[in-house]
Design a protein. Structure first.
Length: 276
């Protein structure tokens, strides 16, 4: 008899449970390819009218607009450039294509707001650890995708997990493993491996709640720190985190440097809120 909870089982159901079309998955792959072609990306974006609408709305917002309104995806992406277009389109894809689970204790709006905070933080801080900004953004955006899949695959079981756990991430992972045999980091990483996203992105997501030393794993440390910062928010304002947290995650910034960067990081995050 097969185990009642298997990662492979949920992966075979992933299109139904968190419906991201093959075209959207292919576009995510293109966006995380360092040799991505802007025209090919524009051609793919045009195939999804909802993603296209979100991208155009963002491109015409005060945060991205350069003084003129655009109505064509190709023109919008040319104005934005690949550096800004990659994270914007990635966020639009996930917000447009994933189905919100219906179960007590899971707030889909809060889930995506946290994910966008983590993504924007990771994108902003990526240069400090010499990582590509769009790779950092992808890690932050998708780091909790396993939670979404749990909620859609086993809503009753996952509702009980959420009822018995506070907001503590470590406790949540323990509770998930007690019920399912694996946690949301393992499940999310396995799905992204199935989608053929970069190996270092999958690794960072798999390890983002593990307390192991991140020396030699800058993307893991970046994601862990970006996620921690996303947990330290008062309204729409980032709060300072302990200096030892930066040291633990190998973030080469002083406390003073991070404090000075907080307003810019908040503005960085605001750019993506137009997608909601």
């Amino acid at each position: 008899m097969s185990a009642p909870y298997e990662i492979q089982r949920i992966l075979t159901q992933s299109e139904e449970l968190a419906p991201v079309s093959p075209a959207a998955i292919q576009l995510l792959q293109m966006l995380n390819d360092p040799d991505a072609d802007l025209r090919q990306i524009a051609d793919k974006v045009r195939l999804d009218p909802v993603v296209s609408l979100r991208v155009l709305r963002a491109a015409n917002s005060a945060h991205f607009s350069r003084g003129r309104q655009v109505s064509a995806i190709s023109e919008a992406l040319m104005i934005l450039g690949l550096t800004q277009a990659r994270p914007l389109i990635s966020a639009a894809i996930m917000l447009s294509n994933t189905r919100a689970p219906k179960l007590p204790g899971f707030d889909a709006n809060q889930f995506w707001h946290h994910s966008i905070w983590a993504a924007a933080n990771a994108e902003y801080l990526s240069t400090a650890v010499r990582e590509a900004p769009w790779i950092g953004f992808t890690c932050g955006l998708l780091h909790d995708l396993g939670r979404l899949l749990f909620a859609n695959a086993w809503p009753q079981e996952y509702a009980r997990v959420l009822t018995n756990v506070t907001s503590d991430d470590a406790a949540l992972c323990v509770a998930e493993k007690e019920v399912f045999g694996f946690d949301h980091t393992e499940l999310g990483a396995a799905l992204l491996e199935q989608w053929h996203l970069p190996a270092d992105v999958c690794q960072a997501i798999r390890l983002h709640h593990q307390p192991a030393n991140t020396t030699g794993l800058p993307l893991v440390g970046l994601l862990q720190f970006a996620d921690e910062m996303a947990n330290h928010i008062d309204g729409q304002h980032l709060q300072m985190v302990p200096a030892e947290m930066m040291q633990a995650h190998q973030i080469p910034l002083s406390e003073e440097q991070l404090q000075a960067a907080l307003p810019a990081m908040e503005k960085h995050h605001e750019r993506y809120m137009v997608l909601f």
